[in-house]
Write a protein that binds this ligand. Sequence first.
Ligand code: ZN
Length: 69
Amino acid sequence: MKHPIDERSYKDPVCGMVVSRLTAIAEAEFQSKTYYFCAPECRDAFLADPQQYLHLHRQHGLKAKLPMS
Ligand SMILES: [Zn+2]
């Protein structure tokens, strides 16, 4: 039986990317839960306004810092 605890996948709440504890670049604790992020920028964005990312599910109209092409 395998229990790949350290390879469990988490969803970066900011950008939606799936990361694991091994691949996550950054992590943050909020309300006793640990969240994992693909980049420090995602963690910073999350910590700046955690509610926005936990309550809203990638709604349109969010001011995302995406490069406009
Ligand atoms: Zn991310």
